[in-house]
Design a protein around this ligand. Structure first.
Ligand SMILES: Nc1ncnc2c1ncn2[C@@H]1O[C@H](COP(=O)(O)OP(=O)(O)OP(=O)(O)O)[C@@H](O)[C@H]1O
Ligand SMILES: O=C(CO)[C@@H](O)[C@H](O)[C@H](O)[C@H](O)CO
Length: 478
């Protein structure tokens, strides 16, 4: 009898860390079952390490992210963790963190289970970081890639640090995304491995030749020794060097994936499916036919980009920076205003009241362009509100207009009719900002000319686990 295949998927998102245990279920139409899952808010936002980053700096404390990860693992059933034969990891793309080779973490058995604790590591400078102005980006060399470079992209951040905080970079000799770091620590890798999914998200990476733009970067004085080695997504980065909770030492760990690709993998059953993911940010994704190659010159003004997927295929992606984070900003603002007025209120309470109020307010003349973070193709176009009349100022009106604005903004980046022209037959909705918000769902339903369905177990952690499950099943068959 074949051994039971249980894999663990982890997603290190911007707002939360998620973990899922997945098992093959040949009798189930999906072919798998989620045995258990867990999510924990990371609450990792912290002040930038370099003062020169100013208020545009967006950094996260790696220790808090790892703590949330360990809280997730502690909440999973121990007897299932014992059966794990593969670990898949995905996470927030574009961001960069640094560590010292051999000193990135220390393993400890101090608590109830063996865990690793970050040691000589920097903060994570996230994809939401805005320190690279348009002028700064224009001063950088032209990449040899089909993707242009935006603020929050790893290579742009490293260029910025080189110019504004050169001493900071001297403290480290290794760089990666937060998920590359976790894979490297689990496996005890001296140098991290990076999939093309994450490398492309840093900029200055050529997906055709599968290589960094070393000459261009080197000529500009970029510390190319920081760039990770490249590995195929879906391949194995190594094996766990220690027991981790109940997961045995020697368990295979996959090369880290982008959260975008992992969540698409969890739910794109047919080539004719599109995926609409609304979590911290928003992505509308369609798959390109195999053999498709994007034009090799970057177009910074293009709102649709082509991201590498698996087996050298591409996804067409309208990636808006403004999704659930816009609603979160509105909620923070309300909570702060209430505090200023001497009232204390829980954020979760504000979410449920505003969603309820907007569900009753079916329409509004208020128009909100919600681009508080700008967009990569239009970094300087910030948010605006128009059509303000005294009758449209209720919480219901404003929330309805915010949710509508998020969807309309996406439509302005990738007109939804275009999906039909690409042969898309249905849209699959994913992401917890969408699944938890009835009003956003209504606005999606209203705007899309195609049927929209919401699958079960659609998220990046499940996708990362499934990639490893497929590997393990492939091995059992052969
Ligand atoms: N109580 C709530 N009710 C409804 N929506 C909420 C609530 N709390 C948070 N949200 C929304 O969920 C969003 C966070 O989604 P999610 O937890 O999927 O983030 P994430 O997985 O870290 O995102 P990403 O994968 O993009 O990094 C917030 O930005 C907010 O809009
Ligand atoms: O939202 C993110 C992290 O929480 C990003 O990684 C996006 O998922 C996304 O990959 C990006 O916006 C695509 O460019």
């Amino acid at each position: 009898m074949a051994a039971r295949s249980v894999t663990l998927g982890i997603d290190l998102g911007t707002t939360s860390v998620k973990a899922a245990l997945v098992e093959a279920a040949p009798g189930d139409p999906s072919g798998f079952v989620v045995l258990a899952s867990c999510a924990r808010a990371a609450r990792a936002e912290t002040a930038a390490q370099s003062a020169a980053a100013g208020p545009q700096g967006q950094e996260q404390d790696v220790r808090r992210i790892i703590q949330a990860l360990h809280e997730c693992l502690a909440a999973l059933p121990r007897e299932q963790l014992r059966k794990v034969c593969g670990i898949g990891v995905s996470g927030q793309m574009h961001g960069v963190m640094f560590w010292k080779t051999g000193q990135g973490c220390a393993w400890t058995e101090a608590g109830a289970a063996p865990v690793f604790e970050p040691r000589a590591v920097s903060h994570l400078v996230t994809w939401q970081d805005g320190r690279c102005s348009s002028e700064f980006l224009a001063s950088l060399p032209q990449p040899e890639s089909h993707l242009s470079v935006a603020t929050g992209f790893g290579c742009a951040t490293i260029f910025w640090l080189l110019k504004n905080s050169p001493d900071f970079l001297k403290s480290y000799d290794t760089a990666g995304t937060i998920h590359d770091y976790v894979v490297a620590m689990l496996c005890g890798l001296a140098r991290p491995l990076m999939s093309d999914q994450n490398a492309a998200s840093w900029g200055y990476f050529n997906t055709r030749s599968q290589s960094w733009n070393l000459e261009i970067l080197g000529a500009a004085g970029f510390p190319v020794q920081l760039l990770p080695d490249i590995a195929e997504p879906g391949s194995v980065a190594g094996r766990t060097s220690q027991a981790w909770f109940e997961i045995p030492r020697g368990t295979q760990v996959g090369v880290a994936l982008g959260d975008l690709q992992a969540s698409v993998f969890s739910c794109m059953a047919q080539k004719t499916d599109a995926v609409l993911n609304i979590s911290t940010s928003v992505q509308l994704v369609a798959s390109m036919p195999s053999g498709f190659q994007p034009a090799q010159t970057p177009d910074p003004a293009a709102p649709v980009a082509y991201f590498p997927y698996f087996d050298r295929t591409y996804l067409a992606v309208a990636a808006s920076l403004n999704g659930g984070n816009v609603l979160a900003t509105f909620v923070h603002m309300l909570v702060q205003w209430m505090a200023d007025l001497g009232l204390e209120v829980e954020e979760s309470m504000v979410y449920s009241c505003m969603i309820q109020a907007a569900a009753q307010q079916r329409d509004t003349c208020l128009t909100i362009t919600p681009t508080v973070l700008g967009e990569r193709h239009l970094p300087d176009q910030l948010a605006s509100v128009t059509g303000i009349s005294s009758s449209d100022l209720s919480l219901g009106h404003v929330t309805r207009a915010l949710c509508r604005g998020i969807i309309q903004n996406l439509h302005s980046m990738l007109p939804f009719q275009q999906l039909r022209e690409w042969g898309v037959e249905r849209v699959i909705g994913s992401g917890s900002a969408l699944s938890r918000n009835e009003v956003l769902k209504q606005e999606v339903q209203r705007a899309f000319p195609l049927p929209v369905s919401y699958g079960h177990d659609v998220d990046a952690a499940v996708g990362a686990a499934l990639v490893m499950l497929q590997r393990s099943l492939g091995r059992q068959k052969s």
